[in-house]
Design a protein around this ligand. Sequence first.
Ligand SMILES: *Cc1c(COP(=O)(O)O)cnc(C)c1O
Length: 236
Amino acid sequence: MVSHMATDSDIRNNLEAVKARMAAAAAEAGRAPETVILVAIAKSHPAAAARQALVAGHRTFGENRVQEAEAKWPTLRAEFPDLRLHLVGGLQRNKVKRAVALFDVIESIDNERLARAVAAEIARTGRRPQCLVQVNTGEEPQKGGVMPEAVDALVAACRGDIGLAVDGLMCVPPLDEEPSLHFALLREIGKRNGLESLSMGMSGDFETAIRFGATHVRIGTAIFGERPAVAAAAAT
Ligand SMILES: *Cc1c(COP(=O)(O)O)cnc(C)c1O
């Protein structure tokens, strides 16, 4: 089998190239480059690949599955205590304890029961991951995220009796649609809810996302190369 996985020096070079493209997109939009955080998505790639990015100086990473992240990150965190880990995939309530223990940011809050479970775990442990609400901007049945028309109510409930601090929004646009429409929608929902953080933009569309106000871009392939086929399939 031909491997498309990036080598160590590829990962360093790819990180530099992505950061340069981010800075150029920010400059074009009249934004300071440091207003956009690069979340390097390491899902399906081995700990060794993530470690190369850490050695190259990168510190913010994302995973989409709790179990995979638990296998990979505690060892890396022992070596690089200042790293920050984002959960960017769906979270089931039975994994909330493990997610709150491991992640610094949970980007996939998408219903009240989940929000309540996360709030309860934060109260119990005192560990306080930053939380974003995932919005299903394309209203795709197979995808996680709260429907656009229900976001305001969910955010209000979090701020109200649930007592969960929500800092922003996240979306994953449909593959076959113009992403800018989705980024514009997310920005609009953020604006009317007073939410500052917007996690949007992936390898194929992060420059567009930055033009539309992304504060976090989630980039896997452009840093680590193609995901290994078997693991990638298992991760969906
Ligand atoms: C895999 C994934 C990414 C990264 O996608 P690339 O196209 O490889 O950059 C970003 N966000 C989420 C939610 C993902 O699952």
